[in-house]
Design a protein around this ligand. Sequence first.
Ligand SMILES: [Zn+2]
Length: 186
Amino acid sequence: MALLNVYTKQDRAMDSWMWNLASNGIFTTKKMASIIDEVILNNGSRPQDGFLKNNLVPSKVSIFIWRALKRRIPIRTELDKRGIDLDSVRCPLCDDDVETIEHSLLFCRHAMDIWVRVFKWWGLGAVSNLSINELFRGNCNRSLSPFMSKIWQSIEWTCGYMIWNNRNQKVFSNSSWSGSMGLMEI
Ligand SMILES: [Zn+2]
């Protein structure tokens, strides 16, 4: 990981990995994640330009959507573009394609399984030719009233957020993907 010039060594007495990016010198994946978020993805400041508000969802969901639209979530191709050396940039869930934001949140068969069911529930048309922008900015359903559009947008955002959380659980805890469980959460 040349970008950060990280130095690690195994300290046998402490049985932990050491590096020079934490004040106590101890490497933790939590600290690593916060450095990726703040330094690599530039998420240290509060969202500003282009931030969309929807008071039907918690702010953590709105912030996630804003970051996804700004390409500031730790998706493999985005980390690769920013100089992080990864073993693979392929989707950790399906391995069918490289992991882009569009693939992970929309086109991956695990995500699409949820979108198809949610679109069907709302009686809306095909989801397959949408972009992330159209999906999360709510440009895909002009037939809905402003009030229903807001509700629909909150469902879309919650789906996106939940798909991302499921992806992370799979990557970091190796738990299995559960589409139906995800739909129940929504
Ligand atoms: Zn995939």
